[in-house]
Write a protein of this length. Structure first.
Length: 270
């Protein structure tokens, strides 16, 4: 499937607005994914120079280690930008970087006074970090996204082991299933083709019943981005199926056994 076809098919299902809600635990690579996504497929396609510079300036910061980088929800870019994917095909794109669910071993969600207080677009007063993660995830997916992307990891990308991510990962997936928007999962790993990674990918796909892709977010390529888009496309519900039967079948009486057998076969397939 060509990249233009992917954008076109998603745009048809979302009214031309492709808004990605990027959610998950802290220290999984959400901000890095957004930065790479923007640099690879969004910014190069922004024709307006001032819009392109604004999008570049609004890219999230990311860094290795245990310290949390995203401390408030961030829309990237702040206002959705229109990009021309092909002649006559323009889509509006924006990504949302969520405050992550906390995990053991991460630093930055507490200070000397206890839970760190976070400013959000939804409340006038700051709220505790863990509440910002939970409320933000639901609101971002429900109100500001057409597609959800859950970022998790096998633990190879940093100092926090895989086991410390599992509880937060399960909570995020359950939250998204309740909301009902289409979403996929990315395993951020430094060894995407290792047998252990493939085993984890299959296990998570079966457990959560969603598409799961293993990739190195730090080394994200354009082909990886389109793979994510392709998997996300398949998560949208089928609204209409057109079946063309031979004309000689259609002229048969509706009660004819041959026409009925065709109709039954179509219904079973759908």
């Amino acid at each position: 499937m060509e990249k233009v076809d992917i954008f076109k098919d998603i745009a048809e299902r979302t009214g031309g607005d492709i808004y990605f809600g990027v959610v998950g635990a802290v220290r999984t690579g959400k901000s890095t994914f957004i930065k790479k996504f923007m640099e690879l497929v969004v910014i190069p396609n922004i024709e307006n120079e001032s819009d392109r510079q604004r999008a570049q300036d609004e890219l999230p910061q990311s860094a290795a280690g245990r310290t949390i980088m995203t401390t408030e929800p961030k829309f990237v870019p702040n206002q959705a930008v229109s990009i021309e994917v092909d002649e006559g095909l323009e889509v509006n794109i924006r990504l949302v970087d969520c405050v992550g669910y906390t995990v053991p071993g991460a630093k930055g969600y507490e200070d000397e006074n206890g839970p760190r207080m976070i400013n959000t677009p939804w409340y006038e007063e700051p709220i505790p970090f863990h509440e910002a993660a939970e409320i933000g995830t639901r609101k971002v997916i429900q109100e500001h996204s057409t597609i959800g992307v859950v970022i998790t990891t096998d633990g190879t990308i940093g100092e926090i082991p895989r086991r410390d991510y599992i509880e937060a990962e399960e909570r995020v997936v359950n939250e998204l299933k309740e909301v009902g928007k289409p979403f996929i999962m990315i395993i951020n790993t430094v060894q995407p083709y290792h047998p252990d990674t493939e085993q984890l990918r299959q296990s998570l796909s079966e457990e959560y019943d969603i598409p799961v892709i293993a990739m190195s977010v730090e080394s994200l390529r354009e082909t990886d981005v389109y793979n994510v888009l392709r998997e996300a496309l398949f998560e949208f519900p089928v609204l209409e199926v057109n079946v063309n039967l031979p004309s000689w079948v259609m002229v048969l009486n509706e009660g004819h056994w041959l026409r009925q057998s065709y109709q039954e076969a179509v219904q079973e397939t759908v």
